[in-house]
Design a protein around this ligand. Structure first.
Ligand code: ADP
Ligand code: MG
Length: 262
């Protein structure tokens, strides 16, 4: 009904035989804020990448707004991808270009090729760029070069670029893994605001459990490619995370436990 995404018996086996996802089944409703947790190698990145078919499922399917992503043709896939923004751990910016040019790349799919080549954009699109930068509080850096910015600022440019796409769904693959704790909180709050104020559905892969508990509304736990937990963040405790990880927690994973109450 209201589901924006549905994974049905989704499996991904990579060439070479690694079973990264095994029979994953769950639905995500419009407007949810989901955090995916699991050890390194659990299949978190594969799940995000299978969502917009950067990785091809080897079994089952993904439905986006009831459209079968797995069987979409080229044009359908382009349309689906234009509704899905992505944010990466390493930011993936064009470092020597301005912030503005980087965020413009998020509008590229909405514009004819000649405009992208010449860099001539309609006012309406420029407004979308500036609004996106404003939403992540980095408007004053619009004409700075991307590589002049701090890591946290670069990640906000990454978010602004995804926002400029005007997506329905935002996928973030460990977006704070290279940031310090205060900056991580700022980036997580930006994602939370986007979710609450714009109604964009957000899925974030995280490996810090304090952040998962603080920002996630619903947590999906992956262990060796299988969903082993799917429930509200509020009812996930230390035992839940130990079950998801399949072992006791390390000090690093518990950083910030005082504020999360775990
Ligand atoms: P996570 O993001 O949770 O760390 P991944 O989805 O990256 O997990 O990886 C899941 C499993 O799939 C791991 O065993 C990993 O080594 C393997 N894997 C990931 N990408 C590839 C690939 N392109 N080719 C082969 N194996 C891969
Ligand atoms: Mg990963």
């Amino acid at each position: 009904m209201n589901s924006i995404l549905e994974y049905k018996n989704l499996s991904v086996t990579y060439p070479g035989g690694v079973e990264a996802l095994k029979n994953v089944n769950f639905k995500i409703n419009k407007g949810e804020f989901i955090v995916i947790v699991g050890l390194s190698g659990a299949g978190k990145s594969t799940l995000l990448r299978a969502t917009n078919r950067l990785v091809n499922p080897t079994g089952g399917k993904v439905l986006f707004n009831n459209k079968n992503v797995t069987e979409a043709n080229k044009k359908e896939l382009r349309n689906i991808r234009s509704d899905i923004g992505m944010i990466f751990q390493s930011f993936n910016l064009s470092k020597r270009s301005s912030v503005f040019r980087n965020v413009m790349a998020g509008r590229a799919s909405h514009l004819p090729t000649w405009r992208n080549i010449l860099g001539i954009y309609p006012e309406e699109d420029k407004d979308i760029i500036f609004n996106s930068l404003d939403r992540v509080n980095i408007l004053e850096k619009a004409f700075a070069r991307a590589d002049e910015l701090s890591g946290g600022q670069q990640q906000r440019v990454g978010i602004a670029r995804a926002l400029a796409q005007e997506p329905q769904l935002m996928l973030a693959d460990e977006p704070v893994a290279s940031l310090d704790p205060p900056t991580s909180h700022m980036v997580m709050k930006d994602l939370q605001n986007i979710n609450r104020e714009l109604g964009i559905t957000v899925i974030v892969n995280l490996h810090f459990i304090d952040l998962a508990k603080e920002y996630g509304e619903r947590i999906i736990g992956l262990n060796k490619g299988e969903v082993v937990y799917d429930g509200p963040a509020a009812s996930a405790d230390r035992a839940t995370f130990e079950m998801i990880y399949g072992r006791s927690l390390t000090a690093e994973e518990e950083i910030g436990r005082d504020s999360s109450g775990i």
